[in-house]
Design a protein around this ligand. Structure first.
Ligand code: PLP
Length: 223
């Protein structure tokens, strides 16, 4: 099955308000070009050293989203061009993105990554941590970032009910903090949940952005 065909099939399943982040990690540029030529404009990568050359070689109207664990000392390499960092998991990282984006007079969108899975090795804030930071207005001084949503990864399990529960709890949290802390903010709109195997559940549970790799591009060599 071709990338173009996969993309067409996935698009048919996405409601109008749901956007597709094409997760192109470990894929060669030729494959990204196929998706680009079929109209895809949002690409997600999770390694800085892979993202930078792809940014340099591919067209400039692509929205690059960083979706993996980002080390603060690497922010400077992507700050000139990254559109959204979906995986902000600490205040310190948000401060560094703000600082580096400021050097380029840019505003970078960020999603706060929330830990909803059972595995402890997955990254992200706890619900309480985010509420505390928002209540303290810890992000207000960071003028070169804009918090535009939340991101979460479900537990790696075949238990669809558990996945649904995790997504549903994040959606409820999203609505709660939107109501309390972003009531007068028109930018805080994105809930990034759902990958190849669980994105249909995620959409039912309020996802506005799905991050799809395997189902679009086929098998990767690594994860
Ligand atoms: C790799 C990855 C994806 C895509 O996973 P697939 O199962 O290939 O769709 C989504 N989100 C994150 C954070 C990833 O690292």
């Amino acid at each position: 099955m071709s990338v173009v065909e996969n993309l067409r099939k996935i698009r048919e399943t996405l409601p109008g308000n749901v956007r597709l982040t094409a997760v192109s990690k470990f894929q060669p540029e030729s494959v990204l070009w196929e998706a680009y030529n079929a109209g895809q404009r949002i690409f997600g990568e999770n390694h800085v050293q892979e993202l930078v050359p792809k940014y340099e070689h591919l067209p400039k109207d692509i929205e690059w989203h960083f979706i993996g664990h980002l080390q603060a000392n690497k922010v400077k390499y992507i700050a000139p061009f990254v559109h959204t960092v979906q995986s902000v998991d600490s205040l310190r990282l948000s401060e560094e993105i703000n600082r580096q984006a400021g050097k380029h007079n840019r505003k970078v969108n960020v999603f706060l990554q929330i830990h909803i899975a059972q595995e402890t090795h997955k990254f992200g804030f706890l619900f309480e941590e985010v509420e505390k930071l928002l209540a303290e207005r810890a992000f207000d001084a960071l003028k070169n970032i804009r918090i535009t949503g939340l991101m979460g990864l479900a537990t790696f399990t075949g238990d669809a009910l558990q996945i649904r529960r995790e997504f549903s709890s994040l959606h409820a949290f999203f609505l709660k903090i939107k109501n309390i802390y972003f009531a007068s903010d028109t930018f805080f709109n994105e809930l990034s949940i759902g990958m190849s195997d669980d994105y249909l559940i995620a959409i039912e549970e309020g996802s506005t952005t799905v991050r799809i790799g395997g189902k679009l591009f086929g098998e990767r060599i690594k994860n």
